[in-house]
Design a protein around this ligand. Structure first.
Ligand code: AMP
Length: 109
């Protein structure tokens, strides 16, 4: 199943991509839950963290590193990083992504 995030990566859906590299890209969440709400999305269509294997270790480390870099730029005085895994945990889009939330209401998600 092609998700909205793959369509954004393939430029089939327009989006404001604020960072991209060989392994991932970063966009603003379309329905922000905090003043800063970014999505860090691997190009590899892993369904979620539960679908990751040991072969994904360097990719997972890279995603956290990009969270660090985005946090430096947009995280103001601190930020949260959230990964919803599975429908019961609130995951809507079945393509792994990390939420980076910062600002007044960053505890809401
Ligand atoms: P989750 O509940 O963890 O699956 O989060 C999915 C997130 O993707 C939600 O916060 C949505 O607002 C966001 N989202 C869905 N479609 C788009 C889109 N086209 N551009 C940016 N963010 C999106």
């Amino acid at each position: 199943m092609t998700t909205v995030f793959e369509k954004i990566a393939n430029r089939e859906i327009p989006s404001d991509i604020i960072h991209e590299d060989d392994l991932c890209f970063v966009i603003w969440d379309i329905a922000p839950k905090a003043p800063v709400h970014l999505l860090i999305i691997p190009r590899k269509p892993l369904e979620n963290l539960m679908a990751a294997t040991e072969g994904d270790v360097s990719l997972l480390g890279h995603l956290l590193w990009i969270a660090h870099k985005m946090g430096e730029k947009y995280g103001e005085n601190g930020y949260r990083v959230v990964i919803n895994n599975g429908k019961s945990a609130g995951q809507i889009v079945p393509h792994m992504h990390m939420h980076l939330l910062a600002g007044n209401d960053a505890n809401e998600l």
